[in-house]
Design a protein around this ligand. Structure first.
Ligand code: SF4
Length: 367
């Protein structure tokens, strides 16, 4: 069997393709699985012929609003390899299988994980990528114990499953954890202890990072210390709720600081263009400025949006051009985004509170 694994031509800058945020991990695991079955496997990123005629073309999908790239890929590979079976899986296919089937009726559409055993037991085949990476992706769990309304994770992976040790998985010095809710793994303390003690052949300690935010309610002082000892860098926490929960966020920042993290290396995830209105989001942002921590802003788009035509920049856009929440306006979306960037720079370069770089000038900017 010859398999072609396809990552559609998603709008990811070339320099970011191998960034840990954007690796097609699902495809890389499917690659391992089929190689073990002695199948011939190739991976293409974009729309390119692959040098053999595949029997199956497996196309991954990501955010629902990137759906058109998936269908472009399906159409391209259907024409390129008319005898191949075209199959689409991944996030968009799992969340909107009917839309996916309607728009590429010739394709088979898969929901959820390709095969649970592949997702959980099979290693990632990095050799399918053209460049060697200096880091490794690890999952200690699948799914999430929470059910946030805006999130698709628990819809795609409804069951929360986990492993109790990472030692057999470690191959590189830099580890990026892809868990949705790392601290929810009931064996997390044991795993963090393993990571703290681990040394490479050359005697180096690990460098770990969690792609998702840490769950505020699970980040106790003892855990924060364990995370630091386990060489986790740039801790991220999510503050998706209302401003009135500020004291919990401040407490966790203090806990991380006591564990040895610098404030400007701590990040707060915030969803905006969602139920918390602009003025309140600005209060949250101001609180982060006072605390000296940086913000990662996530613009909300409904899970069922199959397009996102937001154009960053100064030019205004109308309602309907992209998703603007009922409580927000286009101008507020843009101002919030700009304010986050300006604020993060100010924190990074240690400007005193109330001062920002605006354009090329250092000045006080009215909030
Ligand atoms: S905690 Fe994170 S992964 Fe879990 S449901 Fe909420 S947003 Fe999704």
């Amino acid at each position: 069997m010859k398999l072609l694994l396809v990552e559609p031509n998603f709008p990811i800058a070339i320099k970011s393709k191998n960034h840990s945020h954007f690796l097609p991990i699902g495809l890389l695991k499917i690659g391992t699985y089929h190689k073990l079955k002695k199948d011939r496997v190739k991976l293409v990123r974009g729309l390119k012929r692959c040098g053999f005629t595949p029997d199956r073309v497996l196309i991954t999908s990501a955010f629902t609003y990137w759906s058109r790239y998936v269908h472009e890929a399906a159409e391209f590979y259907r024409k390129a390899y008319p005898s191949a079976k075209i199959e689409i899986g991944g996030i968009y296919a799992s969340l909107m299988p009917e839309d996916c089937k309607k728009r590429s009726p010739f394709a088979s559409v898969y929901r959820g994980l390709y095969r649970r055993s592949v997702a959980e037991k099979v290693a990632v085949d990095y050799s399918l990528l053209p460049d060697e990476l200096d880091y490794q992706i690890i999952h200690t769990s699948r799914g999430c114990t929470r059910r946030c309304t805006f999130c698709g994770t628990w819809r795609i992976e409804p069951e929360f499953t986990f492993i109790d040790s990472v030692l057999p998985l470690i191959k590189k010095r830099k580890l990026v954890f892809y868990d949705n809710n790392l601290l929810a793994n009931p064996h997390i303390d044991k795993i963090l202890n393993e990571l703290a003690k681990y040394r490479t052949d050359k005697g180096h300690a690990l460098r770990c990072e969690s792609q998702s935010g840490f769950d505020l309610s699970l980040l106790t002082p003892r855990r924060a210390k364990l995370l630091k000892d386990a060489h986790f860098v740039n801790p991220r926490i999510a503050w998706d709720g209302r401003y009135k929960t500020w004291y919990k966020v401040r407490e966790v920042i203090k806990v991380l600081e006591s564990a040895g993290y610098k404030r400007k290396d701590i990040y707060i995830f915030m969803i905006y263009n969602y139920v918390v209105p602009y003025a309140e989001m600005r209060k949250k942002l101001d609180a982060c400025r006072r605390w000296g921590v940086r913000v990662i802003d996530c613009r909300y788009r409904p899970l069922e949006s199959t397009e996102d035509n937001y154009k960053p920049g100064m030019k205004p856009q109308e309602f309907g051009e992209y998703h603007i929440h009922d409580r927000w306006t286009d101008s507020q979306v843009r101002r919030f985004r700009r304010a986050v960037r300006r604020q993060n720079i100010a924190i990074l370069i240690d400007l005193p509170n109330g001062r920002y770089i605006d354009g090329c000038e250092l000045r006080k900017v009215a909030v």
